[in-house]
Design a protein around this ligand. Structure first.
Ligand SMILES: CC(C)(COP(=O)(O)OP(=O)(O)OC[C@H]1O[C@@H](n2cnc3c(N)ncnc32)[C@H](O)[C@@H]1OP(=O)(O)O)[C@@H](O)C(=O)NCCC(=O)NCCS
Length: 213
């Protein structure tokens, strides 16, 4: 039996580290794949400290281990602009770490392009799933669906009628999964050297009663 919990900035630091490990192991693409575990843990902690714009969920098993996590935002552009204002010193730290890597600039450029992409590929949809991972040993046990339902509830509570997710073509299981969850593929976009698909979801109404750990 697993349970899904929403983290906040006072949740135990070890949970953010576990999330960072899972992210590093499972999400090998995107700008965040370049960060180390400490930086990722810090990023997820920062996200959890912005509850008016974002949420971080974890799935915890019988032995109190994390078997999945998901993060989502109500408004991607507001999140980016508030994040930059609030955590600019952390961004400078990251920038200095990667200043000599050309691929980092390419990724920054493609994220900027993604944020300003045309309306045909979901630019008018503000709410977005930022990351979504289930521990490999627990795949195909319905954990992804359970976390996805929780995200839907979160969006429903916040009166979000549609939301999106971007997933790389290398994330094959995610492509199947998002289609199964009712996602409609809006089109493809090049992020760095990778092609990614943007899926849109119509939202349902539901009760939201996730506990905060
Ligand atoms: C995508 C992911 C989150 C799915 O999690 P999961 O817990 O295995 O998903 P579920 O068991 O809830 O699957 C629900 C349905 O999605 C579909 N599905 C999930 N994984 C699939 C796969 N590898 N192949 C085909 N269909 C798949 C199936 O229809 C499945 O229902 P079924 O098992 O009854 O047939 C997981 O594979 C994962 O973490 N992948 C790596 C990280 C990643 O790519 N994340 C997405 C980043 S945007």
């Amino acid at each position: 039996m697993v349970r899904i919990t929403r983290l906040d900035s006072k949740s135990p630091p070890t949970l953010f580290l576990e999330i960072a490990k899972l992210h590093k192991d499972q999400l090998k693409v995107g700008l965040f794949a370049e960060l180390n575990e400490r930086q990722l843990a810090k990023f997820y902690h920062q996200i959890s400290a912005m509850p008016h714009l974002a949420s971080l969920f974890v799935c915890i098993d019988e032995k109190e281990n994390i078997c999945g996590f998901a993060s989502a935002t109500l408004n991607i552009k507001s999140l980016y602009s508030e994040y930059i204002k609030k955590w600019w010193f952390f961004l400078i730290e990251i920038f200095l770490t990667f200043i000599i890597q050309p691929k980092f600039y390419r990724r920054i450029f493609s994220v900027g392009k993604y944020l300003h992409a045309g309306p045909n590929i979901g630019n008018s949809i503000n709410a977005e799933i930022l990351s979504f991972v289930v521990s490999p040993s627990r795949h195909r046990n319905g954990i992804g669906k359970k976390m996805f339902d929780e995200i839907r509830k979160y969006f429903s509570l916040n009166h979000v009628s549609n939301f999106k997710v971007t997933t790389s073509h290398t994330q094959i299981s995610a492509q199947y999964f998002y289609c199964k969850m009712g996602g409609k593929c809006l089109g493809n976009i090049d992020l760095g050297s990778l092609t990614s698909s943007i899926y849109e979801f119509e939202n349902h109404t539901a009760q939201y009663d996730t506990q905060i750990l």
